[in-house]
Design a protein around this ligand. Structure first.
Ligand SMILES: CC(C)=CCC/C(C)=C/CC/C(C)=C/CC/C(C)=C/COP(=O)(O)OP(=O)(O)O
Ligand SMILES: O=P(O)(O)OC[C@@H](O)CO
Ligand SMILES: [Mg+2]
Length: 229
């Protein structure tokens, strides 16, 4: 079942490897965010993913799992799966290798629930940057070329500019927004204020807030929702 995910402006990314009290989860789920992404690079297990899913269920907010590995491709209790392919990595495992293994080993993937994401990872210090050894020192034009290729050649429905853990260069996100037409442009990384949400929300169709929920709290999250809704 694919809901109207293409119209989401604000998505909150919760890490199964980090705990939130139910009272906080309740405020996140009722913050006005358009969807909750259950996602992390390190230490995501079936148990902590199930625990987080239990916490966020029942609010009527769309739930999406974003796996870092085929073992994390768990559909039960969620609406959709957003699956990354990292384009700016020298290691083909993160582009298509893991995906081929997933297809090989899982005979019943509900493809109608799967949305592929063309990830361009631009923070070498993030877990995803380290794990994928992404090539991050790229000019706006070089990043935009990955994005244009993702849309025009590979036909990815989402292009995701990923600065996870640090605030990115608006000039790069603007260059990508001027290149991408039909794919939905996601931006995530270091958004911890209404100002930053508004700035990247000028260029990205959808902004993703993760660390700020844990580091600055739900009032900040709500300010980022108001800035783009
Ligand atoms: C084929 C299937 C089903 C899965 C593989 C999917 C791939 C190739 C994932 C590679 C990119 C990746 C590891 C994504 C995980 C989600 C993500 C980008 C998490 C970002 O959070 P962190 O990088 O952990 O942030 P911190 O550095 O703050 O922990
Ligand atoms: O945690 P932050 O820096 O908000 O980044 C959000 C998301 O892009 C991480 O995958
Ligand atoms: Mg992490």
């Amino acid at each position: 079942m694919q809901m109207d995910w293409k119209n989401w402006r604000h998505v909150t990314k919760l890490d199964p490897d980090k705990h939130l009290d139910q009272a906080i989860v309740d405020e996140v789920a009722t913050s006005g965010t358009d969807a909750i992404l259950l996602s992390g690079t390190l230490n995501v297990t079936r148990e902590n993913l199930a625990e987080l899913r239990e916490q966020v269920q029942g609010y009527g907010v769309p739930l999406v799992v974003e796996p870092a590995d085929p073992s994390g491709a768990v559909f039960d209790g969620v609406d959709m799966l957003f699956v990354p392919s990292v384009l700016n990595t020298p290691d083909a495992r993160w582009v298509v290798g893991k995906h081929q293994q997933w297809f090989l080993n899982d005979p019943a993937i509900p493809w109608e629930k799967v949305v592929p994401e063309a990830y361009i990872v631009l923070n070498p210090a993030s877990s995803v940057g380290r794990v994928t050894r992404a090539v991050c020192d790229l000019s706006p034009a070089e990043v935009a070329a990955y994005a244009g290729c993702a849309e025009r050649y590979f036909h990815f429905p989402i292009v995701y500019i990923e600065y996870s853990g640090t605030y990115g260069d608006p000039a790069i996100v603007r260059a990508v927004s001027e290149t991408v037409e039909d794919a939905v442009l996601y931006y995530g990384g270091g958004i911890n204020s209404a100002e930053r949400a508004a700035e990247m929300g000028q260029y990205a169709d959808t902004i993703v807030i993760g660390n700020a929920v844990y580091e600055k709290g739900v009032d900040t999250l709500k300010a980022t929702v108001k800035a783009v809704q």
